[in-house]
Design a protein around this ligand. Sequence first.
Ligand SMILES: CC(C)(COP(=O)(O)OP(=O)(O)OC[C@H]1O[C@@H](n2cnc3c(N)ncnc32)[C@H](O)[C@@H]1OP(=O)(O)O)[C@@H](O)C(=O)NCCC(=O)NCCS
Length: 230
Amino acid sequence: MFRTLREDIQTVFARDPAARSTLEVICCYPGLHAIWCHRLAHSLWRYRLRFLARLISHCNRFWTGIEIHPGARIGRRFFIDHGLGVVIGETAEIGDDVLLYQGVVLGGTSLQKGKRHPTVGDNVVVGCGAVALGAITIGDGARIGSGSVVVKPVPQGATVVGIPGRTVEDKHKPVMDLEHGDLPDPVTEAIKLVLERQDRMEETLRMLERATGAAAIEDEERDDQQSDGR
Ligand SMILES: CC(C)(COP(=O)(O)OP(=O)(O)OC[C@H]1O[C@@H](n2cnc3c(N)ncnc32)[C@H](O)[C@@H]1OP(=O)(O)O)[C@@H](O)C(=O)NCCC(=O)NCCS
């Protein structure tokens, strides 16, 4: 348990450059308080102590301004920065290393019981005020722009912005991934090219030989016919 608490505190330092000391992080980060309360509420929920779980989640909301349903499943190193106005629904599932900003809603669109909230992969960032609705999947490493409304699945690594969410090109990605173990060998490429050209020339030569051979035979036959005629 202490390992998890320490990991949560380290996550705040990793995610927020404004974090200065451990005491400050423990006392002044509602996102941290919210996830700690949620862990308690979620374990009670799993032990079927549903009312107590809801009560803790409700107190969590009063204390932090963050509403996480105790049924929501949340992975490790999860961080909500600032936090106010975040709503995470009952059947939401969140992977590891996910970062949410204030005002994010992972909500449902259906009134049916059962899975109706988003599934968020690992390493996802959801900008402030973004809303993801329905039982959609947000792929690993995806980034959702602040203020976006996402109602369709988001592929891995995609950046989605706007209303409705549209995928935009990630300008920070390198134009070409250099696989250093798989670099092209220019010498081999040059030899391959020379051998291909040689093959083509040999083929052309053979065709010419066949053509000129046939022509020579035809000439010979024509000469023979002419001499016979005389
Ligand atoms: C989505 C996000 C991660 C993209 O960042 P990025 O990769 O640096 O993207 P860029 O700034 O290069 O923008 C790419 C395109 O998306 C547009 N865009 C970026 N964020 C947008 C947003 N929230 N809404 C609408 N369009 C947006 C840009 O205008 C740009 O469009 P263009 O290609 O037509 O010029 C970032 O804009 C974002 O919203 N991060 C959330 C941060 C946050 O909520 N912070 C809160 C701190 S309190």
